[in-house]
Write a protein that binds this ligand. Structure first.
Ligand code: BTN
Length: 255
């Protein structure tokens, strides 16, 4: 069982997670926050012990054992400028990385756009989804799935999965981890206006793929090149010979 009191004591935010919704089972926490009008407060966090239809990027499923991990979504309603969205995306993976490093002294690597890896294995993934009215974003939902205490994984994945417990060799307090991530995430959100370059440099310092030969899969197409940079807007710069191309979306692997 998730101990809400213990979580609340460690939560040090002003808005993120102050409205906290705890559910035993949902289809998808992202979907609930996107589609339910009842949840409309900026900063609402919905934590689900189990998702029967957990969603991953690119229509994939997100599988997570009940009660052992963290599957939660954060609802953002304010300051949703189009050009902040990429930074919120990078910032969410950065917040998770900072918490894992600080609480368990594990070395964390980030993979564009927002995978969190330990020892080359995936420990967390992030899915941003939004609802727009006209050309204005009305709701932005940041969905975060973290393998926390799950001891083993059944299915085969492109990147092998791991959990923090498997890497740290001890049972992890989900309450402490969640509160710490939300604390970091709120700090990052406040940096969006005046120090987004710091978010980017902190993110890039954990990305070991910069300068490496990569392959990017966008739908049916594969592109090859060198991962030159992540630019000031959060897009990937792919160098192919003399030319550079901006990549907005895709799956990156080393080759
Ligand atoms: C990915 O790596 O493909 C992203 C995975 C995102 C999973 C989280 S779990 C909480 C939230 N609700 C969902 O249905 N998905 C996200």
């Amino acid at each position: 069982m998730f101990n809400i009191e213990e979580f609340d004591i460690k939560l040090d935010t002003e808005v993120i997670g102050r409205n906290f919704v705890y559910c035993d089972e949902v289809g998808s926490s992202n979907r609930l926050l996107l589609e339910t009008d009842e949840y409309s407060k900026h900063g609402t966090v919905l934590l689900a012990e189990f998702q029967s239809q957990g969603r991953g990027r690119k229509e994939r499923v997100w599988l997570s054992n009940s009660g052992q991990n963290l599957t939660f979504s954060i609802l953002l309603k304010e300051k949703l400028k189009e050009n902040y969205v990429n930074f919120i995306n990078l910032g969410a993976s950065l917040a998770v990385a900072q918490s894992i490093e600080n609480l368990y002294q594990l070395k964390v690597e980030l993979k564009w756009p927002n995978d969190v890896l330990i020892n080359k294995k995936k420990v967390a993934g992030i899915l941003l989804e939004s609802v727009s009215r006209g050309n204005k974003i009305d709701r932005l939902v940041v969905g975060i799935g973290i393998n926390v205490n799950q001891p083993s994984f059944q299915t085969k994945f492109e990147i092998p999965p791991t959990s923090i417990r498997s890497e740290f060799n001890e049972l992890i307090s989900r309450e402490r981890l969640l509160s710490d991530i939300l604390n970091n995430f709120e700090n990052i959100l406040t940096m969006l206006h005046h120090s987004s370059d710091k978010i980017l440099s902190d993110w890039k310092s954990r990305c070991k793929m910069i300068g490496e030969k990569i392959k990017i899969i966008e739908g049916e197409n594969a592109k090859y090149g060198i991962l030159e940079d992540i630019n000031e807007k959060g897009f990937l710069v792919l160098k192919q010979g003399e030319n550079s191309e901006l990549i907005h979306y895709g799956d990156v692997t080393l080759r």
